[in-house]
Design a protein around this ligand. Structure first.
Ligand SMILES: Nc1ncnc2c1ncn2[C@@H]1O[C@H](COP(=O)(O)OP(=O)(O)OP(=O)(O)O)[C@@H](O)[C@H]1O
Ligand SMILES: [Mg+2]
Length: 447
């Protein structure tokens, strides 16, 4: 018998049940859809399984209400009972599943707790960001301090290098100046007296000629003595001898002058000088090292001196630069001096020229082994040397660079390649005080 009979087919009662069951069934159908949609959108949703079970449970409940509508007209109570039984199964299963989940569900933070935790996290992030900024600032400060320290260290190294080299050069200067002074006095003494010696000798020779003329037959004792001393040769040779003594003394005086010139290390102020004099003085000091020695060929010096005006400079310091460059060239030629095959004779060229109205260039060129690019990059670094310990301090070029570039506002360049020799070019202004107004051309290197 249809269930409608129980409602006595009263339209009001039937409609009331029908509509209520219909709405419940519809609502029960829509809720699981929402739940399933929610579970699939929130991939990491905790307890998603129980949500799906709720969905199944609600669908089952909805179906029982749909069956309630069906049974108003159709008495399929077995089917209706079966649907209820399935619903009961799902409900019981869901209820049983739900109970053990409770403690875990309690652990899930509430929205308020989440918000508080969120705020704590935000505060922590802000704090960390501030710490990061402070850290970066202190890192910058440390970096700046490290840069300053590095610069101070470099300056110190430079100062030390300069001290060591200045000390070395000033000792050499003092030695040379002392020697020049000691030699100068006796040489002047000899040179001054040579004139008189020549006059006296001429007078005496004249007197002997007169004796010869008026006493052609001297006593035998005079005759014997004259023969013994080979008077004829003596009379002929004495003027030549005195002449060569004069030439020799003049040469010594010249050397002394060059030595004194070289030793003008202590001159603190700028002076207009002939740079060739400085070069000559330096060559003189180094002459012994240029000469041929057993097993060592002589080093040729080719002077290609141009027409240079007087140059305002710290002459002692510039001589120091010439000394460093020439010494380096001599050192570089050491090997080729021992293996000289005559084709590439060890040679140093010194070329000077005026390269601009206010600038002169001095080039020191050797045909030694040259340098690799790596060596050239470090050439002017203090303490860089490829020479054995005790031979080179590695200061020569760094000091020279400082003297030419910092002290004279000039340029010091090097051009070299392995097996191609080396060329060092110095360019300095003729007038120190005007150098800032006149643009300086780049010194070009010519092999
Ligand atoms: N003319 C050159 N030919 C080849 N190498 C050179 C020449 N001049 C300099 N060098 C290289 O440059 C290096 C540095 O030269 P620098 O004059 O500064 O120091 P040093 O000669 O080694 O020592 P110091 O001059 O202090 O006694 C030398 O060790 C050498 O390797
Ligand atoms: Mg050197």
């Amino acid at each position: 018998m249809p269930h409608g009979n129980c409602y006595l087919w009263k339209p009001g009662l039937v409609w009331l049940h029908l509509l209520s069951d219909a709405f419940i069934a519809l609502a029960y159908a829509s809720i699981p859809l929402t739940l399933i949609y929610f579970v699939y959108q929130r991939r990491n949703l905790p307890f998603s399984r129980i949500f799906l079970m709720f969905a199944a449970f609600i669908i089952a409940c909805g179906t029982t209400h749909a069956m309630a509508i069906w049974t108003i007209w159709h008495p399929d109570y077995w089917l209706s009972g079966l649907v209820k039984a399935i619903t009961a199964l799902i409900s019981v299963y869901t209820a049983l599943e739900l109970i053990p989940l409770m403690p875990k569900a309690f652990d899930v933070a509430s929205a308020v707790e989440l918000e508080a935790a969120n705020k704590r996290l935000e505060a922590e992030i802000r704090e960390r960001q501030q710490t990061e900024v402070a850290l970066r600032r202190s890192q910058d400060e440390i970096q700046q301090k490290a840069t300053l320290l590095e610069k101070a260290l470099r300056d110190l190294q430079h100062a030390q290098a300069q001290l060591v080299h200045t000390e070395k050069m000033s000792s050499l200067g003092q030695l040379v100046a002392g020697l020049a002074h000691e030699i100068n006095n006796p040489v002047n003494f000899i040179f001054g007296n040579l004139v008189h010696a020549k006059n006296y000798a001429q007078d005496l020779l004249k007197l002997i000629s007169l004796y010869d003329k008026h006493y052609p037959q001297p006593v035998p004792e005079i005759q014997t003595t004259a023969e013994q001393m080979d008077l004829a040769f003596l009379r002929d040779d004495l003027p030549h001898l005195l002449e060569s003594m004069e030439v020799g003394t003049k040469r010594i005086r010249q050397i002394v002058l060059s030595l004194r010139n070289f030793a003008r290390m202590d001159q603190a102020e700028v002076k207009a000088v002939d740079l060739h004099e400085g070069l000559e003085g330096t060559l003189l000091i180094l002459q012994n090292q240029l000469k041929a020695k057993p097993g060592y060929a002589e080093i040729n010096i080719v002077k290609e001196y141009g027409d240079l005006p007087k140059v305002e400079c710290y002459v002692g310091q510039l001589n120091q630069v010439f000394m460093n460059l020439l010494s380096n060239a001599i050192d570089a030629l050491e090997e080729s001096r021992t293996t000289d095959n005559g084709q590439n004779h060890p040679t140093i060229r010194i070329r000077t020229e005026a390269i601009a109205p206010n600038q002169v260039a001095i080039r020191i060129i050797d045909n030694g082994p040259g340098m690799t690019e790596k060596t050239q990059r470090q050439l002017f670094d203090p303490f860089f040397t490829t020479k054995p310990v005790g031979k080179g301090t590695g200061l020569g070029l760094s000091i020279s660079y400082q003297i030419v570039v910092d002290k004279h506002q000039g340029q010091l360049n090097c051009r070299s390649a392995p097996g191609q020799g080396a060329e060092f070019a110095i360019a300095i202004p003729i007038q120190q005080h005007r150098q800032q107004q006149i643009p300086q051309p780049e010194v070009s290197l010519t092999a």
